[in-house]
Unconditional design. Sequence first.
Length: 53
Amino acid sequence: MIIETIRYLILGGTYLGLALGSLPGLNMNRATIALVGATYLVLLGRVIALDFV
C-alpha cells in the first residue's frame, strides 16, 4: 500500500516536472526529470529495466 503511494507520488512529480519544464528549486530540464523519475521507479522495484527495451 505504501509502495503504491510512493510510486504514484513519483509519477505525479515526474509528470508535473515535465509539464512545467522544470521543478522549482532544482536545476533540471525535462530529460533529467524523466531520467530521475524512471530511475526512482526502477530502484523502487516496481518497474523492471527490461520493460523499457
